[in-house]
Design a protein. Structure first.
Lengths: 172, 350
């Protein structure tokens, strides 16, 4: 049962990812990305990570992708022209991508102590997750929140103060 | 229980809940028209059937029979899929709502809830956040400036108020220590009204934040800017006709009902009686299991009543007022509520 679900949603995920690259209209690509993210959420759920799954839906599919579609809608971006790309990219790019993927795969396969994830009925509840997050991993968690705060502050600074000044000087 | 049994039971529950939900949607529309009529000192629909009670059925038949117009300029695939996303998401989120006490007959799963999941509350929020796409895509694919503006307003509004909405629920979750809707209700069942999160849990600030964010989240007046008729001739569904328009309409009312269900579950003690044990539970087994449903429906109904009352009373916000209110008032207030609740919980624990 788990395996069937895994195959179906992994298929969705891959199909969405390939469709993302093949579509020439930006909004179709954005929608394919949503398909990828929601099927990823189902895969997380199959691994028993229910909180992660729903966070993936709320944060990525629900919030971030809305901003993507927003930008596409506001710019009213039209159909893109299809180019074959440079010859160098064709010749080097594909082998390079294969090499990098192979490297990552070997490193992961050889690495020890990564932990095991299995398709199973077992579920990591939110209580267990937060217990680990707020005791064992408290420092990284807090540091990440400070990092995000800095990023927000930076975005606000860029958008409000310096950005408008640069625009004004640019006009002159 | 085998997988086949589980599937059959689930299908049955889904079918029943969908039918009841759609009927509820139809009669919420009638309730709104009647009540707004009374507020504006007129009768509202009164011709079809006794007291106009058959009006929703006639309206449904009418929207089925209307000509389905697809304008030439639209982007067809998204234009066709948008109403389905909107209505689908509106109907899916009811799946995790428990309507009554856990009752099972002849080895069946929990009868009055389709899926009892650990993260029920988050599922509702997640599905709602996907529902934004229905509106956004409808506005964009219509290729009409009013539709696009309506969709932009609507999705901006939904994204910003989702924050206040989610944060206002954190207080309740902190008190309950779980996202499971059934457990959240069961924790409020001890002393009737006094143990509801709204009164006993001191979550009234959170309740009012939720109330206002919910109005904005469902695009209802006084936050109905996305379809402000005087400015946008109908907003994101300007170019839709016939059943596709009806699907957006149904999605809006289904969302209202879901939001009412969540308010009932989180703040008003769900299916539990407001009088606690003052009224002894009835002995008859059928009455005993249907009594909680009565309370649940009554609470959701009063929430819908309030919805319509607000619509009939308040004028529409301006767009900048809307954004100011959401970001500068509701969100900080919700964060303060979280801080206060956590401090209180920490104090109570020691």
């Amino acid at each position: 049962m788990h395996l069937i679900f895994f195959i179906v949603f992994a298929g969705f995920c891959l199909a969405g990812a390939i469709n993302l690259l093949l579509q020439s209209h930006p909004i179709n690509s954005a929608l394919s990305l949503i398909v990828v993210m929601t099927s990823l959420a189902v895969l997380y759920l199959l691994l028993g990570a229910e909180f992660l799954a729903i966070a993936q839906v709320i944060v990525y599919a629900g919030a971030i992708m809305v901003l993507f579609t927003f930008v596409v809608m506001l710019l009213n971006a039209g159909r893109e022209d299809r180019t074959l790309g440079s010859r160098a990219a064709l010749r080097i790019g594909f082998p390079a991508a294969v090499a990098i993927l192979a490297l990552i795969a070997t490193v992961i396969l050889h690495a020890q102590g990564l932990g095991v994830a299995r398709l199973s009925d077992g579920i990591t509840t939110t209580e267990e997750l937060s217990a680990v997050l707020f005791t064992k991993l408290l420092l990284p968690f807090e540091v990440t929140s400070v990092l995000i705060l800095i990023a927000i502050r930076g975005a606000v600074a860029l958008a409000s103060h310096d950005g408008s000044k640069a625009e004004r000087t640019g006009d002159r | 229980m085998t997988i086949l049994q589980f599937l059959l039971w689930s299908l049955l529950k889904v079918a029943v809940v969908t039918v009841v939900m759609l009927l509820g949607v139809a009669y919420t529309v009638l309730l709104e028209r009647k009540l707004v009529g009374r507020i504006q000192n007129r009768w509202g629909p009164s011709r079809v059937g006794p007291f106009g009670l058959l009006q929703p059925l006639v309206d449904g038949a009418k929207s089925f029979l209307k000509e389905d117009i697809i304008p030439t300029g639209v982007y067809r695939p998204l234009y066709l899929i948008a109403p389905m996303i909107a209505l689908g998401c509106a109907l899916i989120s009811i799946a995790v709502v428990p309507f009554g006490e856990p009752v099972s007959v002849a080895g069946s799963p929990h009868l009055f809830q389709i899926a009892d999941v650990n993260i029920g509350l988050l599922v509702i929020l997640g599905v709602t956040s996907i529902g934004v796409y229905g509106i956004a895509l409808a506005g964009w694919s219509s290729n009409n400036k009013y539709s696009l503006l309506g969709a932009l307003r609507s999705s901006a509004q939904m994204v910003s108020y989702e924050l206040a909405l989610g944060l206002s629920l954190v207080g309740v979750v902190l008190r309950a220590g779980t996202f499971n809707l059934r457990l959240i209700v069961e924790q409020q069942s001890a002393q009737g009204m006094l143990s509801w999160n709204l009164f006993g849990g001191m979550q009234f600030v959170a309740f009012f934040i939720y109330l206002m964010a919910a109005y904005a989240e469902t695009n209802r007046s006084p936050f109905d800017l996305p379809e402000a008729e005087s400015e946008l001739t109908g907003g994101y569904h300007t170019e839709y006709s016939s059943m596709k328009f009806a699907m957006f309409f149904m999605a809006e009312y289904a969302n209202m009902i879901t939001v009412g269900c969540v308010a009932t579950l989180l703040f008003l003690g769900g299916w539990t009686s407001p009088f606690g044990d003052l009224i002894p539970p009835p002995q008859n087994i059928f009455v005993h299991s249907l009594f909680p449903i009565f309370w649940f429906v009554l609470k959701v109904f009063s929430f819908l009543f309030l919805y319509v009352w607000v619509r009939g009373t308040l004028p529409r916000f301006r767009y900048d007022q809307l954004m100011n209110f959401g970001w500068r008032w509701l969100m900080p207030l919700a964060i303060l509520n979280i801080v206060a609740t956590s401090l209180w919980l920490a104090y109570a624990k020691n």
